[in-house]
Design a protein around this ligand. Structure first.
Ligand SMILES: Cc1cc2nc3c(=O)[nH]c(=O)nc-3n(C[C@H](O)[C@H](O)[C@H](O)COP(=O)(O)O)c2cc1C
Ligand SMILES: [Mn+2]
Length: 495
């Protein structure tokens, strides 16, 4: 059973309540869905000590119909969402997450006959997605997107063992009209493979979208699991108890019972029906070439809309920013997985942190701290990190630092890079490393060939091992002495 620092969060509104208690939530009233909520989200995510934002009394909509945006944007938010210690340092939070995900058991969901998600039930002609305050998130988006930060459930046909399990992933949804949505599915993702199995038979693929998932369900949907592995069972494992679900017989898919909003329907074969979808602001912080432009894409015909009273629509738009504005556990997962790989191969790993990460997978800048024990040790760590599955993709820079440097603190990492490293000797360029199609640096010709590679730097920012003893001392008072003064002069109260 997993250890939780706090009682597991029950659902999205329980999470909102806890953020409010901790002073990590900002409520904004009177904003308009037409650009204002999107722009305020961008502004709010960039202030010092940013908070999750709850929009209420939205223009043109009834009070109580709320939008929660950027819900997980700091390590503290992550800790509260996932039952980690919110007082712990960033590297310690990664260590806790590493322990949690290394042996997550799979816990089957618990079927219940009904739940709060069915407080309001609409079917057929009663369905009107515009009843919900769907915003325009970015300046150049092609429309209003309800689907950001969701959990999309799909399964393959019953008689196809290979693809018949309940999958969950996060997939964007543009609203085309009151009962039609668009969806964009990258070809490597499992939902696409499952739907293709239905389309190959000329049948529509069943689909359920949880548009206000609790943090565990969302963390499951964000995670990349192997084929056949159920994200819902993984979410139960992360939480340490089963996720309650209502089974929808028409789709043969589960609906999390405490979800805020559920959208239930089917996706006809794209050979029969498509609509222009996009563009949409994507991870990496661009309306990326090719993949993000307006294109004919699959549609979802919505048959049922269920929602709680005063529903909270969850918004996780990607921004010109890091993955924590839109994902849950992305940088923690990358750091933890790279840490595991490193520990298996290199001695004295003190900490690993994905210091800059724009997408769900891959780290743009990964930092590893080690206690050096032999010459070449730091280079070995850098090379091993580049081979770690999750950290390799789109990695621009892997930085290796000594144990006195906090890998989660950019100031300290820059201090090491600019004082312990001379590029001529300490930097290696590795060519043809993998990236993927949202990477804006992919040249147009390579994009046409679908050649998604980039290159990476290994920066050895450790004190040179063979003349370590002669390296100058760092200007820094003794930590214990500083701690004493902090007490004596009540420094916690300083502005
Ligand atoms: C906020 C957010 C939005 C995402 N949007 C999309 C998307 O529109 N299309 C897509 O293919 N993947 C998207 N992803 C990535 C997938 O959700 C992710 O790769 C997931 O692991 C896929 O799961 P699956 O292969 O089990 O279906 C998004 C991820 C996040 C966190
Ligand atoms: Mn999956």
């Amino acid at each position: 059973m997993v250890e939780q620092a706090t009682e597991p969060v029950r659902d999205l509104r329980d999470y909102v309540g806890r953020l409010n208690e901790e002073g990590l939530l900002r409520t904004v009233e009177g904003a308009h869905w037409n650009y204002e909520i999107g722009a305020l989200t961008e502004i709010g995510a960039r202030v010092d000590n940013p908070k999750a934002m709850l929009f209420d009394s939205i223009e043109e909509y009834q009070d109580g119909y709320r939008i929660l945006s950027v819900p997980y944007l700091t390590d503290q938010h992550h800790a509260i969402a996932l039952g980690l210690d919110p007082e712990a340092s960033s590297v310690e939070i990664v260590r806790q997450w590493k322990n949690r995900i290394s042996d997550v058991e799979r816990i089957e969901p618990n079927e219940v006959s009904t739940g709060p998600v069915q407080d309001n039930v609409f079917e057929g002609n009663e369905v009107n997605i515009w009843d919900l305050p769907v915003p325009i998130w970015h300046e150049q988006d092609g429309g209003r997107f309800i689907g950001t930060g969701n959990a999309v459930f799909t399964r393959g046909p019953e008689d196809d063992d290979k693809w018949n399990w309940v999958n969950a992933g996060v997939y964007r949804n543009q609203v085309h009209d009151e009962n039609t949505l668009g969806m964009f599915v990258n070809q490597t993702n499992q939902a696409g493979h499952q739907m293709q199995k239905w389309w190959d038979r000329g049948e529509p693929a069943p689909i359920v979208i949880d548009q206000g998932p609790d943090p565990y369900v969302y963390a499951g949907a964000c995670a990349k699991l192997a084929k056949g592995d159920s994200e819902l069972e993984y979410a139960g494992g992360l939480k340490g108890e089963p996720i309650d679900v209502v089974w929808d017989d028409d789709t043969g898919l589960p609906v999390p019972a405490r979800s805020e909003i559920a959208i239930i329907g089917e996706v006809p074969p794209p050979s029969e029906e498509t609509q222009a979808e996009g563009p949409f602001g994507e991870c990496f912080g661009y309306y990326a070439g090719g993949a993000g432009m307006e294109e004919e894409r699959m549609v979802i015909n919505v048959k049922k809309l269920w929602h709680r009273d005063d529903p909270i629509l969850k918004g996780c738009p990607e921004l010109k920013d890091q993955a924590h504005v839109h994902a849950l556990g992305a940088h923690l997962g990358t750091s933890a997985k790279a840490w595991e790989t490193l520990e298996d191969n290199v001695m004295n790993i003190e900490g690993v942190y994905s210091l800059y990460q724009t997408c769900q997978q891959g780290s743009n800048i990964l930092v590893i701290s080690i206690e050096q024990e032999f010459s070449g040790h730091s280079k070995q760590a850098g090379l091993a990190a580049l081979s770690a599955q999750n950290a390799m993709t789109s990695n621009m820079m892997t930085v290796v630092v000594d144990e006195d440097i906090d890998p989660s603190d950019p100031e300290e990492v820059f201090f090491a890079m600019t004082t312990r490293c001379t590029p001529e000797e300490d930097v290696d360029v590795i060519s043809n490393t993998p990236t993927f199609e949202l990477d804006p640096r992919t040249p147009p010709k390579a994009r046409e060939r679908r050649d998604f590679t980039n290159s990476a730097l290994i920066v050895d920012a450790c004190i040179p091992f063979d003349w370590k003893e002669e390296f100058p001392d760092v200007v820094d008072f003794d930590e214990e002495y500083k701690a004493e003064l902090e007490e004596k002069f009540d420094i916690a109260e300083w502005d």
